[in-house]
Every structure is written in C-alpha cells, then in structure tokens.
Design a protein around this ligand. Structure first.
Ligand code: SF4
Length: 229
C-alpha cells in the first residue's frame, strides 16, 4: 500500500501546475461514475493526502431508478470519508439527443466516446469555474472499459481550458482492480449489472436471455450477497 501511495503522490506531483493555481495545493476533481468504481480510487487518494472533490455527472444512466441508486451509494460513501460531493444535473434528454443515430453501436464504440466526452466536458467546465487544476475519473478502473478511450476523452475535455489537466493514472495497477471488489463487498455496495445507458441495458439483457439467464432486475443485487460475483 505504501508503494502505491508513493506512486500516487509522485504521479500527481509531476503534473504541470496551472498558472492560475500558482503554488496553492493542487485540488483535484474526481468524476465518479458509481460507488463501486470510485471506492478504491477514493480510498487511495485519501490515503495519499490528495485534496479531492467528487463530481457526479452521469446523464447516461437509465432508468432514473438506477441512476438514483448509483448516486445514493456514492453519496453515502463520500459522507463516510468526509469528501465533498457535487451532484450535477441529470440532463438525460441532452444525452439522448447526442446519442441519436448511435443506438446500435457496440460498447467501447463511438457512442461510448460521445458518452465519456459529454461527462468529461461538464467535469472540465466545473473544474474551470471552481478552481480545480486537475480532473480525473473512476471510469478507467473497470476492466470492461477501454482505458485509452477514456483517457483520450478526458484529455480532450481538459484541453479546452489552459489551466486544466486530465490525470491518466492507471487505477487498475498494483491490485487496484481487486481492491475495488474487496471494498465493494465490505461496503455492501449496490451492484449494477450493465454499463448504464438504455442501450447497454438492452444489449446485456439480450445476451443474458440468449444464455438462458433472467433479465436484469434493477435494485436487487448487492456486492457480498451470495450470488454476487
Ligand atoms: S455503454 Fe456505457 S459508456 Fe457506452 S454509451 Fe452506454 S452508458 Fe455510455
């Protein structure tokens, strides 16, 4: 853990400091997609003494019941750690507008690039308006995601503001992926079973039914339950 902490601190300290921030301590804005993905990221950053705030902006999540479940879990965990939590808009109509024509794109394709772009654009804007020189996201810790795709989107969003950098730290390294599961079980987090949007819900259900499994039942599965993986 100590080695990982040092790696965190070294990695963040090598990021260029914004001119606007001068010598002030670097504040970081963490875009969080959900409690399970951000749990390990949050604990590692807290242990490394990084001053961070959570930014929850995920208008992709559908239906709203699932969105609220994921958000409430994240708020609960942020409160336990005493970490500030910014609850941004659920402007799902905007998300659907941007996803138009991409309804049948596969996961990790252009719809996902749009989805990451949209979430990081808002994160970077908030960072710009509120004095955060560094942004990053918990999205990359999931083994289901393409980290290069996420990092490209993060860097593109940050590039609109001269004083802001996207931190491309690899959260999966050094056992981060395994600790993500451990923390989720310890905290008995809600376990989402699809990426988030209505199209990923549809495609996951199609896959499950083809395998003879039941369709997803929202709000029923929690890490640490007997049948949870
Ligand atoms: S599959 Fe996931 S990342 Fe891709 S568009 Fe849907 S919610 Fe966004």
């Amino acid at each position: 853990m100590a080695a990982r902490m040092n790696e965190f601190v070294r990695s963040i300290l090598t990021l260029p400091t914004s001119e606007a921030a001068g010598d002030a301590p670097q504040k970081l804005l963490l875009h969080s997609c959900c409690a399970p993905c951000s749990g390990e990221v949050m604990e590692a950053m807290s242990a490394s003494g990084i001053d961070y705030t959570i930014f929850f902006y995920n208008p992709n999540i559908h239906p709203k019941e699932e969105y609220l479940l994921r958000k409430e879990e994240n708020i609960r965990f942020a409160e336990v750690h005493g970490v500030p939590f910014v609850d941004a808009d659920y402007d799902s109509a905007n998300w659907f507008k941007r996803a138009k024509g991409m309804e049948w794109e596969p996961e990790r394709g252009i719809r996902c690039t749009m989805c990451f772009d949209m979430r990081f654009e808002r994160t970077a804007l908030y960072a710009h308006e509120n004095g955060f020189p560094i942004i990053t996201s918990s999205l990359g810790i999931s083994r289901w995601k393409n980290m290069a795709q996420i990092n490209d989107c993060g860097e593109r969003a940050a590039s609109h503001y001269p004083g802001i950098k996207y931190w491309t730290f690899n959260w999966r390294k050094g056992g981060g992926g395994a600790r993500m599961i451990e923390i989720s079980k310890r905290e008995h987090f809600y376990q989402q079973e699809y990426c988030g949007c209505v199209y990923s819900l549809r495609d996951t259900n199609t896959h499950r039914v083809a395998q003879g499994r039941e369709e997803i039942r929202i709000g029923e599965k929690y890490y640490g339950d007997e049948d949870a993986d």
